[in-house]
Write a protein that binds this ligand. Structure first.
Ligand code: AMP
Length: 179
């Protein structure tokens, strides 16, 4: 069963907005108060899991660092494996790498070359969908490694930043949407 209004209100009430962090003009969604409230954290993980109970999924992939918090909890909740996506140089022995654009410059993410079997069905998870650049890179990485992206799941979607447009044709699920 999906979350009720009161569950969603509880989850939303535990997400703190920090203005001008990490730099001026950014309204940072701080999930640490949610993590500190075990009941609300569980409700958040349950709400993320609900649309995917019984779906044909084999593995969850999440990027460090905050993606790991929800990705690992969902892996446990749904009873499927977890394959980490990391910043360069952290995953031995061999990796696939993708680069993506940031506001200034580029960044890279990696996955182990043998992390996924060919055709493995992957649920990608992150805490926040902002511009969508990180998730778009994760999708490319999973597909480079031979996996199939079934859906992209977020706790929070910042709709005004248009991240969905970077992920055309993808199934996108978010628990909370902010304008
Ligand atoms: P994106 O712009 O969608 O590539 O977002 C990049 C990453 O930064 C995501 O994994 C989010 O966890 C994080 N992020 C971006 N914007 C915010 C924000 N306003 N508050 C909290 N986290 C954010």
């Amino acid at each position: 069963m999906g979350p009720g209004e009161t569950d969603l209100e509880l989850i939303r009430s535990r997400i703190r907005e920090v203005p001008d962090f990490p730099k001026k003009g950014i309204a940072f969604k701080d999930i640490t108060p949610l993590l500190q409230d075990g009941h609300a954290f569980r409700k958040a993980v349950d709400a993320m899991a609900a649309p995917f109970e019984g779906r044909d999924l084999e593995t969850i992939c999440s990027a460090e660092a905050r993606g790991f918090i929800f990705g690992a909890a969902l892996s446990y909740r749904l009873g499927i494996g977890f394959a980490p996506v990391r910043k360069p140089g952290k995953l031995p022995p061999q990796t696939h790498t993708v680069s993506y654009s940031l506001e200034y410059g580029t960044d890279s993410l990696e996955i182990r070359q043998d992390a996924l079997a060919k055709g493995e069905k992957v649920l990608l998870v992150d805490d926040v969908l902002a511009t969508g650049g990180t998730m778009e890179a994760c999708c490319r990485l999973v597909e480079t490694a031979g996996g199939v992206v079934v859906a992209c799941l977020f706790l929070i979607e910042l709709a005004a930043l248009g991240g969905r447009e970077k992920l055309p044709g993808r199934e996108i699920v978010s628990v909370l949407t902010y304008d």
